[in-house]
Design a protein around this ligand. Structure first.
Ligand code: NAP
Length: 324
């Protein structure tokens, strides 16, 4: 089968297309003919050996797929021929055939294409975990998201109002990304340059209830400043590179919280949580209450370019690599 593989840790340009044997089905594993695979920031980090998960070289890139089941265990909830999305967490996704544990495979609603499906699980379930579980989003609250035109960002814009948010403010670095944020459902969009003052003005000085921050770096202290009383700042990632620190007196003085939100860790330590998440998200997708993503598509031959687009900050929305 053809696959996008990394054999040296030199960044996205080391992703190459190779012919390798198909993976063997393992006990409890579902074999999937892959139509499309999602790209996410951890894939960039993994091409440099900088992510917390460090698979042995060489490894196949990517952590999520959409495709059609070729073979499933007799007692699995999916069967041959089903259209599914699946997590391979992490690696082993950008290949013509993938195997995923049955508990990480879900049937895709008919109204969602396989290309869009490949962009759903990783980001949407992270955002669902952030807003529902860690952020305790209440009906009508205001959510602000940094990197709003990125993968996690556009997921937040697509999902927050279906999960109860009254207003969703997007922070982006360019006017072009502002357009992407609006198209994905942002109520308001502000540019990263001068964002705090703009948000204070938009909220009449009150601030926001939740900040979802996949960017980190020098946004962080201002994010604490942007919170309303009892606000929650969700630490999701550090695409800006620098890992910020917080002076806890700021939390005390404003009655606010800074909360870690590591979805993968939660999934690994809470069996059954993924199925609970899908049981809430799938009907919202099927009913059109959450719009599926409209990913930017790259054919497998251009997988290196697809991963590089997240590294060089040119990606908008979800990036997906197509295999069939
Ligand atoms: N905690 C979890 O469970 C979890 C799960 C999934 C992903 N993540 C993390 O979430 C973060 C975002 O992932 P993603 O897939 O959404 O990435 P993405 O699609 O590349 O979006 C990231 C956004 O970050 C902003 N950014 C600011 N400085 C940047 C820089 N120096 N380089 C690249 N982007 C920069 C960009 O927006 P602007 O240009 O508008 O600033 C970009 O759109 C990553 O750190 C990832 O590891 C965490």
């Amino acid at each position: 089968m053809r696959a996008a593989q990394v054999s040296k840790l030199e960044g996205p340009e080391s992703v190459e297309i190779v012919d390798i044997p198909e993976p063997e089905a393992y006990p409890g594993g579902v074999v999937i003919d892959v139509h499309a695979a999602g790209v996410a920031f951890p894939d960039v980090l993994m091409t440099r050996g900088l992510y917390q998960m460090k698979p042995e070289l060489p490894f196949v890139v990517g952590g999520e797929v959409a495709g059609v089941v070729r073979e499933a265990p007799a007692d699995a909830h999916v069967k041959a021929g089903d259209r599914v999305v699946a997590l391979t967490l992490l690696g082993n996704a950008m290949a013509e055939v993938a195997v995923a544990p049955a508990q990480m495979v879900f049937r895709l609603p008919d109204n969602v294409s396989l290309e869009a499906g490949a962009g759903i699980l990783f980001n949407d379930l992270t955002v669902h975990f952030c807003l529902r579980n860690r952020g305790r989003l209440a009906e009508g609250e205001t959510v602000l998201v940094h990197g709003a035109a990125g993968g996690i960002g556009t997921s937040t814009l697509r999902m927050a109002s279906a999960l109860g948010a009254g207003r969703v403010i997007a922070v982006v670095s360019t006017e072009a990304k502002a357009e992407v944020a609006r198209a994905n459902g942002a109520t308001d969009v502000v540019l990263a340059d001068g964002w705090l003052a703009a948000v204070k003005e938009l909220t009449g000085g009150r601030g926001v209830d939740i900040v979802l921050d996949p960017v980190g770096g020098d946004r962080f202290t201002d994010s604490v400043r942007s919170l309303a009383s009892a606000g929650r700042l969700l630490v999701v990632g550090f695409t800006a590179g620098e890992i910020p620190t917080v002076k806890v007196n700021r939390l005390l003085l404003k009655n606010v919280e800074v909360i870690g939100a590591a979805w993968g860790e939660w999934v690994m330590t809470h069996p059954g949580y993924l199925a609970e998440q899908w049981a809430e998200v799938e009907p919202l997708l099927a009913a059109g209450k959450i719009e599926p993503p409209e990913p930017v598509l790259y054919p497998l031959e251009r997988a290196a370019e697809a991963v590089a687009s997240l590294d060089n900050r040119t990606a908008t929305g979800k990036v997906v690599v197509t295999l069939r």
